[in-house]
Ligand binder design. Sequence first.
Ligand SMILES: C[S@@+](CC[C@H](N)C(=O)[O-])C[C@H]1O[C@@H](n2cnc3c(N)ncnc32)[C@H](O)[C@@H]1O
Length: 248
Amino acid sequence: MTESDKKKIEEQDLNTYEGIAEHYDTLMTDGYYDYDEISKNLCAIIGERRKLMELGVGTGLVADNLLKANPDFKITGVDNTPAMISQAKEKLGDRIAYELQDITKLSIDTRFEAAFSVGGCWYFIDNGPDKELEFCSHIDDLETSKQGLKNVAEHLEKGGVLALALQAPHTNYSKELSNELTYSQEIFKEDNGFTKHYSFTSTQGVIAEQFYRYLVLPESEVHDFFKELDCKPLGLCPSRNFFVYQKN
Ligand SMILES: C[S@@+](CC[C@H](N)C(=O)[O-])C[C@H]1O[C@@H](n2cnc3c(N)ncnc32)[C@H](O)[C@@H]1O
């Protein structure tokens, strides 16, 4: 990491999407995630359940696709970045409910039949079929992240499921987007995780950027913790896109 990056980290709020929210949808819908596939797999996991909570709803891209698949879903989107929630509101209006809350302090006066996170508060990194998954947390402090997971378990009904999406390991790359900006990401390995630098560049130079520090844990440690929360690890869904837990 350069001295200039270190200085920016000191000056910018870390662990928020405020810095890049404006460009988030262009990046994501230019192939970062396949939302149709994600929605199809989530629908199969959710089954007949209807009362859903999205952990890190962001700009509402997953919720939008889910509602196209089934307009009867009742989705509550939780997110702690105001600029992301504002975009979700523009996209979805009153088709979902919003909770501008930090998951680590989650308090909603209802219980859900299913909760899910697609690159949201938590996800798994898929290092290949023969290797252990890695649990990746947007909350970079272990105890605080565990508090968030505990909160989610407490907001699930008995028999409710929690689905955490899998994604490929992070790499350094740059790519031209459809709006003529270039997206670049750079990964800096650290003890217990990594820092990711997201940046969007025009011909004028960098127009938006964000540093985010992630905590990474072995999957076995996380499965053991979920057992303590009375949630049974059910395993990977057949498409290998989600790991699923169920509250006893
Ligand atoms: C990569 S985005 C994913 C958004 C959406 N799920 C999607 O697929 O496009 C991660 C989201 O998680 C939210 N997030 C991260 N940490 C959070 C926390 N502690 N509490 C609530 N939301 C959080 C961020 O604000 C961001 O909007």
